[in-house]
Design a protein around this ligand. Structure first.
Ligand code: IMP
Ligand code: MG
Length: 177
């Protein structure tokens, strides 16, 4: 049994995404912006974010594996899909659904820097702070929270719940035998 506790409704997410896009549009005006979404969790956020930008942008994705099935991290971070666009001398913004320990983003940042971009920034919909193990330079965060396992709007638990229009905290209830 599991329970979904509402955290952000669809219209609240829309406003957060719009204000992030406005800030990014100002900050990156006149530059060559490439946004790189981290699959799979960021696909809905990135799709909404780029449609609210008022500046040109190129888009690519990469995929990292840090979590196994369920809500427990498997520790090690592995890149399973690399970018295809040329980011050398470009201004790169890494787009994540959620930064938790920070290990995934840090591993990806190291990788992206090896392509010698002009700059690399981090944009995350959710900044979840309690378990942060590595310092992450987050330039844009939509919603800050201390803890809780969140699902919906791209975020999953074992691949489920990504399609929910809002974001919820997932409470897994242990049923006593
Ligand atoms: P980190 O390496 O611990 O920062 O984990 C980052 C990745 O773990 C995110 O990109 C998510 O895919 C996943 N993750 C962390 N917390 C949550 C959560 O609350 N819900 C869903 N996925 C999460
Ligand atoms: Mg992710």
């Amino acid at each position: 049994m599991s329970e979904l506790i509402p955290v952000l409704a669809a219209d609240e997410i829309h406003l957060l995404v719009k204000s992030m896009a406005q800030r990014i549009s100002v900050d990156y005006r006149g530059r060559e912006l490439v946004m790189i979404g981290v699959l799979k969790g960021a696909f809905i956020f990135l799709a909404d974010l780029i449609r609210q930008l008022t500046i040109p942008v190129k888009v690519d994705f990469l995929q990292a594996c840090s979590y196994g099935a369920g809500t427990q991290s498997c520790g090690a971070v592995r890149l399973v899909k690399d970018i295809g666009v040329d980011i050398r001398q470009k201004d790169v913004l890494l787009v994540e659904d959620i930064v938790d320990t920070g290990l995934t983003v840090n591993r990806i940042l190291d990788h992206l820097k090896s392509f010698l971009p002009a700059s690399v920034g981090v944009c995350t919909l959710i900044d979840k702070r309690e378990r942060r193990a590595a310092e992450v330079p987050i330039a844009y965060a939509g919603h800050v929270t201390e803890k809780g396992f969140l699902v919906g709007y791209g975020l999953d638990c074992d691949e489920a719940y990504r399609n929910l229009p809002g974001i919820y905290q997932l409470k897994i209830q242990v049923v006593e035998p």
